[in-house]
Design a protein around this ligand. Structure first.
Ligand code: FES
Ligand code: FES
Length: 148
């Protein structure tokens, strides 16, 4: 199976029964997407495929042969954290970090569509991502801080 993973052309052997999240982690070595519920509820496995955020536990890997995929590892540019990553860091918007990948992708997707979201819109945008650690308020504050 071939992917453009975080801007790099990659090939790997993938079992046809593998979910996309399993292939990304086990065949392509991307550890950003996490395996949580495997039912589409927690958002820990979120990645970008062809520019759209998807829950990669709900996708068969082979269905995305040739796709362009971005994982958490692809958010930093030239080793520097993105503005959103810096904001999460500054606001203490994660603790264990299990939800972080999904939260960052959900937040980035929101800010692309709605550069100045209300708190209600922020909470709606991250509602498909579960966090057990933060109580969500620091996450909302981090996203608000980069909204224009
Ligand atoms: S592991 Fe995919 S949504 Fe929970
Ligand atoms: S920081 Fe632990 S689940 Fe969100």
């Amino acid at each position: 199976m071939d992917l453009t993973l975080n801007g790099e052309r990659r090939s790997a052997e993938v079992d046809p029964r593998m979910l996309l999240v399993e292939a990304l982690r086990d065949a392509f070595g991307a550890r950003g997407p996490k395996i949580g519920c495997l039912t589409g509820d927690c958002g820990a496995c979120t990645v970008r495929v062809g520019g759209r955020i998807v829950k990669s536990c709900l996708q068969m890997a082979v269905a995305h042969d040739g796709a362009e995929v971005q994982t958490l590892e692809g958010l930093a540019e030239d080793g520097a954290l993105s503005e959103l990553q810096e904001a999460f860091w500054d606001a203490h918007a994660f603790q264990c970090g299990y939800c972080l990948s999904g939260m960052l992708f959900a937040a980035g997707d929101l800010l692309e569509r709605t550069p100045s979201p209300s708190d209600e819109e922020i909470r709606e945008a991250i509602s498909g991502n579960l966090c057990r650690c933060t109580g969500y308020d620091p996450i909302v504050a981090a996203i608000r801080s980069v909204a224009s």
